[in-house]
Design a protein around this ligand. Structure first.
Ligand SMILES: [Zn+2]
Length: 260
């Protein structure tokens, strides 16, 4: 059992108490934690200047009958899911696929959530950054976080959930997708939807010198300097346009990038 103080002293050893961060976490990876999700959030708040997490809501998404070509989607294929789609509202729970931590963070006093109907973020101490998110550039706030010398925290998870790589892909000129989300009064087009992230661990050797890593409980904890990661991803994709794509033959979004 990991105690709350072991968690805090462990995360503080990253040396990021004066830095902002974007965090991705698997609570389970740590094994039993005294105080659970709240203890991990407290430890994160004590060991950073403030942090955000993705608070995505995929159940707002609709799949139309038709749309733009080569969009990494089979149109009209999910009519049952369309029937279950729910309109976005600010208190909509974070998709369980994002893990339990962002939902606990979202409900914390002092937490703010941005208002993108699919790709909202939630956090404490970073309201100004969260306010810069737009419908047209959902991940632009990650660029603003990089300008503030922000860091990425991967807590018991790997680069396959590292949203910042998506921001860098777009900077490198990689194609983006269009998706659609339900609002209470209409359907809204959401451009700038990113590709598939399954192949993202291929960035690991390129960022060794800007990654701090150690084990805490059962979890591998990694902190990566955001600006350096963005530069490494842009460099890699400009050298090899198909870098960081996955190998799944039926992956619609990776294949769309190859065909673009
Ligand atoms: Zn893929």
């Amino acid at each position: 059992m990991l105690s709350a103080s072991e968690l805090t002293s462990g995360l503080k050893s990253l040396g990021l108490t004066d830095q902002y961060a974007i965090a991705h976490a698997s609570l389970k990876a740590f094994g039993p934690i005294e105080g659970g999700a709240d203890a991990l959030l407290d430890a994160l708040l004590e060991s950073t200047r403030g942090f955000i997490m993705p608070a995505f809501t995929y159940k707002t998404m609709l799949n139309p009958e038709t749309g733009p070509p080569n969009n990494g989607i089979t149109y009209g294929a999910q009519t049952d899911l369309n029937k279950m789609a729910e309109p976005f509202h600010p208190d909509m729970p974070v998709d369980p696929m994002m893990g339990t931590l962002p939902e606990v963070l979202r409900k914390r006093s002092g937490a703010k959530r941005s208002s993108h109907p699919i790709q909202s973020f939630t956090g404490i101490g970073l309201d100004a950054i969260l306010n810069t998110q737009t419908l047209y550039n959902p991940l632009g706030l990650i660029g603003n976080l990089a300008e503030e010398d922000g860091w990425i925290l991967l807590l018991g998870v790997d680069h396959a959930v590292n949203t910042s790589i998506h921001y860098a892909e777009r900077l490198a000129g990689r194609m983006q997708f269009v998706r659609w989300a339900l609002l209470p009064d209409r359907v809204v087009e959401c451009p700038g939807f990113p590709g598939d992230s399954e192949g993202f661990n291929a960035i690991t050797p390129d960022i060794q010198n800007i990654t701090r890593r150690f084990e805490l409980g059962g979890a591998l904890v990694q902190a990566i300097q955001l600006k350096g990661l963005i530069e490494a991803v842009v460099r890699k994709i400009r050298e090899k346009p198909f870098a960081l794509l996955c190998e799944r033959p039926d992956c619609e979004r990776c294949n769309a990038v190859r065909w673009s």
